[in-house]
Ligand binder design. Structure first.
Ligand code: PLP
Length: 448
């Protein structure tokens, strides 16, 4: 049993979990919430506070893996969705909320010329890749080692590459995530090292005529939450222009960074973009959007429909309503405010790192950041990679924060802010971090 749990106490969460384990593998439908000895079950949540069924209230810096930009039960969303639910939740005819939301999103970034909605980020990335193949007539994709893009076979290759199997940095292996991934899938995915222009271009050139798209997350969480350099993104843009390939962005997480997503930071624009998470206002969502001439391949008016595409719950009016309200409230000012507050948190935690004298660093962008067990911030996936020992220490640190400080964070020691947070929560967070750094200092030093 976890040290910080009271072994004499009967937790309601534990009772539920014991039953769940008989019905659901591991007791959970998403490994994200898996936790030993048992995950805690939620009773209710409001704003940035979540209360579990054993009555403990915690501040939520995970926000359902970066998807709740306004925290929990945001009143305008609750109101709008309640009204929509009374009118019906899913139809086999078109709905106005879809059009309203499409209009709003397409006005938000210049590269968003046409859009289609789906039900998850995984589905959005998958559809974007399939659109790229259909448009270019080519089969391979290229992606960064370590980058997470959801669970589509091709998009997940090398997401969990490790020293034993990642191979030479000049020619990284295509490493499967799920056992049984077909060899053809691995052969059709070219893996490159993020932010490494020279190696990446050399790898792409080896498959010049075969690559349909280069898939990029401009601030990939698993690669270390490091920003894509201008030089790197521009080089990919140029390479794709010269080789009849598409540059496609996964902004499922990073859309929160600016009003128009991280693409606002670059002089070049992606051909297609996948969205998800915050654009659902707390409901399952995904979208892919981009150049009209590419998106036309989905238009059933076409005599030769290159990419037939459907989904029973795609663009359902509940998600469309919640998403529209969430994005209306996430205007330019809201983006600026949340980014400024997150920067304050980063500054205060950096100060705590200095006061405690621990060899740790922070990376991030906009309203998100990640802490690393190394003095110098990582710049590559291989530097950000956590050994088993580092992972075990991070689990202990997260448990400390969860049980002793009543804080919830993402399992990489990352925080994703919501607009309802204030300086009060930032102070609570940085004070807790200082105590944690002091407590684990000897173990942090040992990991180096
Ligand atoms: C960058 C990125 N792309 C895609 C996905 C997949 O989104 P979903 O979990 O909605 O399928 C995620 C999920 O965390 C993600 O972080």
């Amino acid at each position: 049993m976890n040290e910080s749990l009271n072994s004499n106490k009967q937790y309601k969460s534990e009772e539920l979990y014991n039953e769940a384990r008989h019905l659901i593998p591991g007791g959970v439908s998403r490994n994200t919430v898996f936790h030993k000895p048992f995950p805690h079950y939620v009773k209710q949540a409001s704003g940035c506070y979540v209360t579990d069924i054993d009555g403990v209230e915690r501040i939520d810096f995970a926000n359902n893996m970066a998807s709740l930009i306004h925290g929990h039960a945001f009143p305008p969303i609750v109101e709008g969705v309640t009204e929509q639910i009374k009118r019906g939740t899913a139809f086999t005819i078109a709905t106005e909320p879809e059009l309203d939301f499409a209009r709003l999103l397409c006005n938000r970034a210049s590269s968003f010329e046409k859009i289609r909605f789906v039900n998850s980020g995984t589905e959005a990335v998958m559809a974007m890749i399939k659109a790229s193949r259909a448009f270019t007539g080519k089969e391979k994709i290229a992606k960064a080692e370590g980058a997470y893009h959801g669970t589509y076979d091709f998009a997940e290759v090398s997401q969990k590459a490790k020293p034993e199997n990642w191979g030479d940095i000049n020619k990284p292996n295509s490493v499967p995530v799920a056992s049984g991934t077909p060899k053809n899938v691995l052969n059709d995915v070219v893996i490159f090292p993020y932010n490494d222009v020279e190696r990446t271009l050399s790898l792409l050139n080896q498959h010049k005529d075969e690559i349909a798209c280069v898939l990029i997350d401009p601030v990939p969480h698993r690669v270390g939450l490091v920003k894509g350099n201008d030089e790197f993104i521009e080089a990919l843009y140029k390479w794709t222009r010269e080789n009849d390939a598409l540059l496609v962005f996964d902004e499922v997480v990073t859309f929160r960074v600016n009003y128009s997503g991280t693409q606002e930071n670059y002089t070049v624009k992606p051909d297609l973009t996948a969205l998800g998470k915050i654009i659902g206002g707390g409901f399952p969502v995904g979208a892919f959007t981009g150049r009209s001439d590419i998106m036309e391949i989905l238009d059933p008016h076409q005599k030769n429909l290159l990419f037939p595409h459907s989904g029973t719950f795609s663009a359902n009016p509940v998600t469309m309503t919640a998403g529209r309200i969430a994005m209306e409230h996430f205007d330019e000012q809201a983006v600026q405010n949340i980014n400024a507050l997150t920067q304050k948190a980063i500054d205060q935690i950096s100060e705590a790192i200095g006061v405690a004298g621990v060899p740790m660093s922070i990376t991030g962008a906009g309203s998100m950041f990640r802490m690393h067990l190394r003095a110098e911030p990582p710049t590559t996936y291989r530097e950000a990679y956590q050994t088993k020992e580092a992972e075990a220490l991070i689990t202990k640190m997260l448990d400390y924060l969860f049980y002793e400080e009543n804080l919830m964070m993402i399992n990489t020691l990352a925080c994703m802010f919501s607009t309802v947070m204030t300086q009060k929560e930032v102070d609570i967070l940085s004070d807790a971090m200082l105590r944690m750094f002091k407590k684990f200092k000897p173990e942090i030093e040992q990991i180096q």
